[in-house]
Design a protein around this ligand. Sequence first.
Ligand code: NAP
Length: 297
Amino acid sequence: MPVKKILITGAGGQVGLETVRRAQAYGFTPIAFNRADLDITDAVKAARTIKDIAPAALINCAAYTHVDKAENDADAAFEANALGPKNLARACQALDIPLLHISTDYVFDGCASGLYLETDQVSPINIYGSTKLAGEHAIIQNCDKYIILRTSWVYGVTGENFIKTMLAIGQGNGHARVVADQFGSPTFAGDIAETLLKITKSYLSRKEAPNGIYHYTGAGITSWYGFAKVVFKELEAHSNIQVELKAITTKDRPTPAQRPAHSGLDTSKTAADFNIYPKDWQQSVARATREILKQVL
Ligand SMILES: NC(=O)c1ccc[n+]([C@@H]2O[C@H](COP(=O)([O-])OP(=O)(O)OC[C@H]3O[C@@H](n4cnc5c(N)ncnc54)[C@H](OP(=O)(O)O)[C@@H]3O)[C@@H](O)[C@H]2O)c1
């Protein structure tokens, strides 16, 4: 079978880098664009670039991801998270290729008692979530072939993320106060990349590919406090640093953006349609922390 080109936007981000790294293993030639190469808010350039490359599919990993900053920077967040996906959707529609896009658990308000299904009522409680939801709508309205993969609490070995923040705090003063009343699923960027590539491969090989919204996260639910505990266990096992970890509440640590209290996602539709299963969040966090520690210790 000839190798298929796939275009990856936002290739400099956590998920973007991992997607580029893994693409060849799935039989794809990745054509990777970071923000400097292709700003997805530039409709004309995006359309021209995508047409010239004529990929078999486009995976969009570009987004405005600063949740707190977005509260006072709504226009920039909207441009990257809603206008950008609209531009890509139109360009993909013109070429009749699928667009794979990543969305977030923050489209939900977090008031559910169980895991959220793809069909559950969305109701974002912060600007970031609203702009990501607008991006979902823009895609659904502007192209026929699309997969929107919602995920949560993303961390990679590269880039800024919760593990790195915790390690910096732990190594700094040996004390950490972490919120214990927000619950979700930590998800490794490499696992999201694998999921996107598996879905792309499956999509391109099917006559009747399923379009729509899918959920994928690490397996299991925890709090930010529980997440930090696993990170510090690894830090303590691989250094002589001991961290005193204290559980606090959201009220103890107000942030500019409100966050959903319970944003666990049900991933069974992704398993049923694509045979892709979530991986244990604790093992994945421990592994990534060890990788990061190799770089920083
Ligand atoms: N991080 C999370 O916890 C989380 C949770 C749920 C869902 N998600 C979603 O997962 C996806 C990937 O997230 P991530 O953690 O990999 O994010 P990330 O590390 O912040 O990467 C996003 C990348 O997009 C680039 N970008 C921003 N605006 C752009 C534009 N207008 N044109 C082209 N590139 C642009 C950024 O470049 P600059 O660095 O130059 O801005 C960055 O390299 C996003 O859709 C995000 O909304 C993330």
